[in-house]
Design a protein around this ligand. Structure first.
Ligand SMILES: [Zn+2]
Length: 144
């Protein structure tokens, strides 16, 4: 199988080491109670995604930066679309911004962790052929 590029691995939320295993189970936007969860281990190369205890706290800061960028974009979009920012309609802005945060939160959860794993973790890079020697069982997603 031809290896995918780093950008494709980021977009498809694949493991940073083998670029074959999925980092998440479940859909980004689903109505089930479980929703999306981060696998503890890569189902293909068995890489532990949480590199150390509290590793994904850093993703919170990335998610915060993404939230700020999305809210600024939404504010500019509202302004360009014809709603001037005056005191009378401030609550329209607040409502749209809260709606933006609510709609984007599953996306931010997923991609803040992916950005952290792929670009901000030193020493974690693509290793061609990693996990190819292991026996893969599609029913075992992560040891619990
Ligand atoms: Zn992997």
């Amino acid at each position: 199988m031809e290896p995918i590029s780093k950008l494709q691995a980021v977009i498809q939320c694949k493991c940073p080491r083998c670029r074959k295993g999925d980092v998440f189970t479940g859909n980004m936007y689903s109505l089930s109670f479980r929703g999306q969860t981060t696998n503890e281990f890569c189902p293909y190369c068995n890489l532990r995604f949480e590199r150390e205890p509290g590793f994904f706290y850093v993703a919170m800061f990335i998610s915060y930066a993404m939230n700020v960028a999305e809210m600024i974009s939404a504010s500019v979009a509202i302004y360009i679309l014809g709603l001037p920012l005056v005191y009378d309609n401030l609550w329209y802005y607040v409502g749209v911004l809260l709606l933006t945060v609510f709609i984007c939160s599953p996306f931010n959860y997923r991609y803040s962790r992916i950005f952290l794993l792929h670009w901000l973790t030193p020493g974690l890079g693509y290793v061609p052929g990693s996990g190819d020697d292991q026996v893969h069982n599609s029913k075992i997603v992560s040891p619990q």
